[in-house]
Every structure is written in C-alpha cells, then in structure tokens.
Design a protein around this ligand. Structure first.
Ligand code: ADP
Ligand code: MG
Length: 506
C-alpha cells in the first residue's frame, strides 16, 4: 500500500482518472471526412464542411463509431445504455470552430455506463477499479504556435475525430470496498489496462506518445482507514505514465503538508510542469468555466438495440484479463509471470505463438522470455513480423524458443547447453537451436555407460570426500555432480548423473 507518513499520522492517496482515447474509424464522429489525422497527412486536407461548422451543415452520427464505443463498453464489463443523447458544451477557442463541443452530458446516461477493470493491486492481489461511465465526444483541431514568429495556425484534420472519455468511479457511499486507484503504481496499471483493452479490441491505438491517449488526473488524500474523502485537485491532459506517477506523488505530499499545517485543499485545476515535477494553479473553483450545456437540437437521441449489442459481443477477441486467467489456469503460470506476459497484447501474442498450443512448453517459454529475452530487446521483434537478421541483430523468434524448450524437455540438451545456445543466438549465430547444437557438438550425454565411466573416475580421484559423504555429509553430492559435469564438458545429463552418483555413493 502506498502511504505518506506525515507528522501527524499516515495518509493514503485517492486518484480519479478521466482518460481520453482517440477512436479508430475511417471517418469522423459526425462527418464523412477521413479520421486519419496523423502528422504525415498534409494539414487541412481531411476536413468537411461539418467539421469547420459552415452554416446550414448538419452532423450525421457515424454508426461505426457507436459500435466502437459499445465494443469498448463490453470490454470493460459495462452496462450499455439503450438510449442516450448528445449535448453542446460551449467554449471559445480557435481549435473549436463550432464554438461548442458535441459530447454526452454528465447528468444523463452515456453510451457506456457503470463498468470495471481488474488490475494488480499494490498488495499483489487482483483489484477491481470501478468505472463510472465512458462517453462519446468530438476531438478539437490542433493549434500550431511554432511555425511563424507572429502567427498561429490551425490544422483541422483532427477536428471532429471521435474521442471516448472513460471516467473512474469513486464509490463514496461504500469506501470500504476499496475499488478506486490508491497509488501512483495502480494509476499506471489501470491506464495500461485501458490501453491494452482498447488495443486488443482495435478501438484505439491508445498511444500516449502519439497523443491518442491522455488523462485528466484527480488527486486527493485521506487518513489511512478513514472513510471520508478529501477535496481533490484536477490536472488536465497528462500524456506520460512517468509524469502522471510523479504528479500523483508530489500532489499528495503537497496536500498532506497543507492539511497537517491546518490549511485546506482548494479544489483547483492544476498545470503540471515537466521540468521539476511541480504544479501551479490554472484556475480555481471560483473561475470554473460555465459550459452552458444544452441538448444538441441537430441530433436525435441515440437508440441502441439488443441485436446490435449481441452482434458486437460475438466479435469480441480475448481480452488481457481473460488471457492472464488462461495463463494461470491452463498453463499453471504464477500470477507475476502471467501479469508480465500480458502487459501488452503483442507480448501475449508472441508468447502464445511460442507455446503453440502445447501447455507443457508454457512454463519454460515464460521463464526464457521473462528472465532472458526481455533483457535483450534488440534481439527480438515483439510484433513478430521480423525474422532473420535486422540491423545486424539476429532476431530470436517464437519458434526458436519453442525448439529450445522442446530440446531440453526431450533431454537432447541440458539447461546449461540451452543457455549456451541462447547466448550464441544473441551473439548473432544464425540457424535453428537444433542446428546450432549440431554445429557446436552440444548434444547432451545421456548414455549411462559413458556417464558411469566419468563418475567412477571422479569417485576414485576424491577418496576423502567419498569417506565424508558416507559418514553422513550428504551435502557433498553437489560437489560430485559439479565435478562430473565439468569432466563431461558440461554435456552430461544432470538428472542421470544425480541418479547414478547416489547409487554408487550408496
Ligand atoms: P468533474 O465533472 O468536475 O470532472 P467528476 O465528478 O466527473 O467531476 O469526477 C471526475 C473524476 O474525479 C472522477 O474520476 C472521480 O472519480 C474523481 N474524483 C471525484 N472525487 C474525488 C476525490 N475526492 N479524490 C479523487 N478523485 C475524485
Ligand atoms: Mg473533469
């Protein structure tokens, strides 16, 4: 558990996240213009009359966008509202030509209602994080202030692309359920869960570096064990896990200091400063914007049918939480390993490709990936598209690892030899593990008569150790095994060596 040890006692942090993901679709939420706004597209080439609010133009809801929202809603175990509506949120800024954003109002059901995701809590156990809602809205255009010393420009390509805003729920009536984010690490795990769910579903690239995922971060503190929540601050548009974690910690400490010195936290909107991790007040509660929401008269209420939901439910792929459960139940992996291997959809696809449906391989593959492969990111391609040699690096593929694991399981090679083959692959040796084993004569010796011969030599060369072993110092077995392995050039089958040694030493 993340606690802040204050002068007057221990405090806990409470975090609420409003996460925006840019939704993948061919065209925009209310217009037929292409929704591909990436930087390689020339500015202002994907813009319709609707996007720039020409008089008389009417928005038309893109059904595919609604499907995407439903799909995501099902992915976070949420209720889907059969009826919801759109409202205008008024504000004036050059990147919003309509003068308002079309969104779903907070006081009415959005397409995606109450749901939850499961993350690993700080105590290592699964923890449910409740989600209050996810609603559809329009993204704004992009202001460009760095192209001319005296002029600003606006690129409208992004204007009107669909965003899904996912808001965590703080169940103030049942605080003991502990179903909210309560540390910087849990915030990161929650965001990763949202990201991977969106990616697995093809709903969004959810990439913070590219701007297709951003979060407003609400932070408050309360005494450990208390059921009364404190006043929160909100920091808008954060785009890095690192900054978010840093901000949550700094902001919680700042609030504890204020409260312990008798002050009160004021409900401000903050701006985070990346260079030193501090934040300053952007606007206080008194200056809160009045968005003057009102129903959009150009859009009918959105009605979703059971058939539509069932059609989408049938297309749902396996989601990260289910993948993790499968690894634990079907493959017998430890909770930690299962979590590492489902950190991203690419990782679990790579792992599944290596396992190839053979459960007996799973633990071995998991070990190789987590303790060896992940330490050499340049030596494999997690998207599993590249093979051979790329930029002078030999790419280790899922097939390479499954062959290595199979060879050990079949006693063709021992663990030490497998490691040597792995190192040779890292060093650029091409060819399959079996070909490498052949080339370097790495076959394991399992022939008992050959092993027996070596054992006899080791036993006769170490009479005093044999004496000690026989008088009860059985810990010396390792000494004998080590010497036999060495004498065999690391090729002997350790299992066979152990067995024969025990017999001979009696
Ligand atoms: P607003 O509409 O002003 O943004 P919401 O009620 O929608 O406010 O809440 C925004 C986010 O802040 C939600 O994720 C909510 O769970 C979270 N939140 C609300 N109260 C607190 C609090 N005391 N501490 C931390 N987060 C909070
Ligand atoms: Mg808010």
């Amino acid at each position: 558990m993340f606690t802040i040890h204050g002068k007057t006692g221990d405090w806990e942090v409470v975090v609420g996240l409003e996460t925006h993901i840019e939704v993948l679709s061919k065209s925009k939420l209310f217009s037929g213009a292409s929704a591909d706004y990436n930087p390689s597209v020339a500015p202002n080439t994907q813009v319709s009359m609707v996007d720039v609010a020409m008089p008389g133009m009417l928005p038309v809801l893109n059904e595919y966008c609604v499907d995407q929202a439903i799909k995501f809603g099902l992915g976070i175990n949420a209720e889907i509202s059969r009826k919801s509506c759109f409202a205008r949120k008024q504000y004036f800024y050059p990147d919003l030509p309509q003068g308002y954003q079309i969104t779903q109002p907070a006081d009415q059901p959005p397409v995606v209602g109450r749901g939850w995701v499961e993350i690993m809590g700080d105590d290592g156990n699964p923890k449910k994080i409740l989600i209050e809602r996810a609603h559809l809205e329009q993204d704004a255009a992009k202001n460009k202030h760095d192209m001319h010393p005296a002029k600003s420009f606006v690129d409208f390509n992004r204007c009107g692309v669909m965003l899904l805003e996912i808001v965590t729920f703080l169940d103030t009536k049942n605080p003991e359920n502990n179903s909210y984010i309560s540390s910087p690490e849990e915030a990161e795990r929650y965001l990763r869960q949202i990201r991977e769910t969106a990616r697995a579903l093809g709903v969004s690239k959810a990439n913070m570096e590219e701007g297709s995922m951003r979060a407003d971060v609400n932070v408050s503190v309360k005494r450990v064990g208390s059921n009364t929540f404190g006043t929160r601050t909100e920091t808008k548009n954060m785009v890095s896990f690192k900054f978010i974690k840093n901000h949550i910690e700094n902001e919680a400490r700042r609030q504890v200091e204020i409260l312990e010195s008798g002050g009160i936290v004021s409900q401000d909107t903050l701006r985070y400063h990346q260079d030193d991790g501090s934040s300053s007040v952007m606007r206080s509660k008194e200056d809160a914007l009045d968005y003057r929401y009102f129903p959009d008269p150009d859009l009918l209420p959105l009605v979703i049918t059971d058939e539509q939901i069932e059609r989408i439910r049938k297309t749902m792929p396996e989601l990260p939480a289910a993948t993790r459960a499968r690894y634990i139940e079907k493959f017998g992996l430890a909770e930690y390993d299962a979590a590492r291997l489902t950190e991203t959809v690419d990782i679990s696809h790579w792992f599944d490709a290596a396992v190839g449906g053979k459960a007996e391989r799973a633990k071995g593959i998991a070990n190789w990936m987590i303790s060896e492969l992940f330490a050499h990111p340049e030596n494999y391609d997690i998207t599993n598209e590249k093979t051979g040699v790329v930029d002078g690096m030999r790419i280790i593929t899922p097939t390479d690892l499954s062959e290595l694991v199979d060879m050990v399981a079949a006693s063709e090679i021992n663990g030490k030899q497998a490691k040597d083959i792995f190192i040779k692959m890292l060093d650029g040796e091409i060819g399959t593990p079996r070909a490498i084993a052949d080339k370097f004569g790495m076959q394991q010796i399992t022939d008992t008569s050959a092993i027996e011969k070596i054992i006899d030599e080791v036993i006769s060369a170490n009479p005093s150790q044999v004496e000690q072993y026989k008088s009860g110092k059985v810990g010396l077995l390792g000494f004998f095994v080590g010497n036999v392995m060495k004498a065999s050039g690391g090729k002997a089958n350790p299992g066979v060596v152990n067995e024969i040694l025990k017999k001979k030493l009696g």
